[in-house]
Design a protein around this ligand. Structure first.
Ligand code: ZN
Length: 323
């Protein structure tokens, strides 16, 4: 059994840049590219297997055709989505619905997401939450366009972590590069787009004002995170978020300088992205190289494995029932 190595699906974006090429050395399309969907089983925007017997298949196909690799999960679609986002300009201010609302209104999943900052220009910040005390005040401030008064700005630096539950108003702004781990969904309500006009169409992008107001949590609440670090062999494992705070996924940052012999630890499978350095993963006498920008899934049948090298990885696991 081998790890499932994936190649990203890229999305050009007006706010994107070229860091996905200059930093991760991905072969990206021309122009402004904002998103690399590095571990994605989402509809037609899935990542593709790069090697082994499943080479060329999309993660979506693999998930449907080989449920055993994922521990025979209950979830009908691959539940998580991991992206690199290169914000060379401000993204629109947005909010995502929770599962109940999204199932009812959009026939899709809700979206809770998280950001881990890989790089931030001096002075970079995020929009995270708002200052309205009631729905009435929220509605009023939106109607009057009092964005500076409404939106909460939080300065960021490399290594900062943000958990963004459904219902949180949020936006990345210019000069930030992040790895985003989230529920696999594409339901986004755009609240404010800086009154920008698309150069090609001469129009503003569509806003979803009423839906945004409906799903926004008021007043804003910062989630109570319990970030903690544990040293296991040569690995420093930082738990960024886990159930029950995050009902959909576990997320860790792992700093390795040497060797870490480990296992799936009762998770059905693991999602791994190398965000710095290089090394190897070994299992059953076989060995695969890892380097910055590599993304892989450790499947259910690969129970025990060993990481070696000097690297930082971001790892996640779904929290879901198995059959
Ligand atoms: Zn979002």
């Amino acid at each position: 059994m081998e790890p499932i190595f994936l190649t990203p699906y890229f999305r050009p974006k007006i706010w994107g840049g070229r860091k996905l090429d200059t930093i991760f050395h991905y072969d990206i399309p021309e122009g402004k590219v904002g998103e690399a969907w590095i571990i994605s089983g989402y509809k037609d925007d899935a990542s593709t297997v790069t090697s082994g017997p499943l080479k060329g298949k999309s993660l979506r196909e693999v998930y449907h055709e080989h449920p055993e690799l994922f521990g025979n999960p209950k979830s009908k679609e691959f539940p998580l989505l991991v992206k690199f986002l290169d914000a060379n300009d401000n993204l629109s201010v947005q909010v995502h619905p929770d599962d109940d609302y999204a199932n009812k209104v959009e026939n899709d999943s809700g979206k809770t997401e998280s950001w881990y900052v890989l790089q931030a220009d001096p002075g970079a910040y995020l929009i995270y939450g708002h200052h309205a005390k009631s729905k009435a005040e929220l509605t009023e401030m939106i109607k009057k366009g009092e964005w500076d008064k409404l939106l909460r700005k939080v300065p960021i630096k490399k290594g900062a972590f943000f958990y963004v539950p459904a219902g949180t108003i949020h936006a990345l702004t210019k000069g930030s590069l992040v790895i985003e781990t989230q529920q696999s969904s594409d339901v986004t309500y755009r609240l404010y787009d800086y009154d920008r006009v698309d150069k090609k169409t001469g129009k503003k992008r569509e806003l979803h004002t009423q839906k945004s107001i409906d799903v926004t949590t008021v007043p804003h609440q910062d989630p109570k995170l319990d970030i903690h670090t544990e040293k296991v062999q040569d690995a420093e494992i930082k738990t960024l978020v886990e159930p029950p705070v995050s009902p959909h996924f576990y997320l860790w940052q792992i700093d390795l300088d040497g060797t870490w012999q480990t296992s799936l630890n009762n998770h059905p499978y693991l999602l791994v992205s190398v965000i710095d350095g290089k090394g190897t993963i070994e299992s059953n006498g076989q060995k695969w190289n890892l380097k910055l920008g590599d993304n892989l899934i450790i499947p259910n049948e690969m129970k025990n494995f060993t990481f070696t090298g000097k690297m930082r990885i971001v790892m996640s696991a779904p929290d879901e029932e198995q059959e």
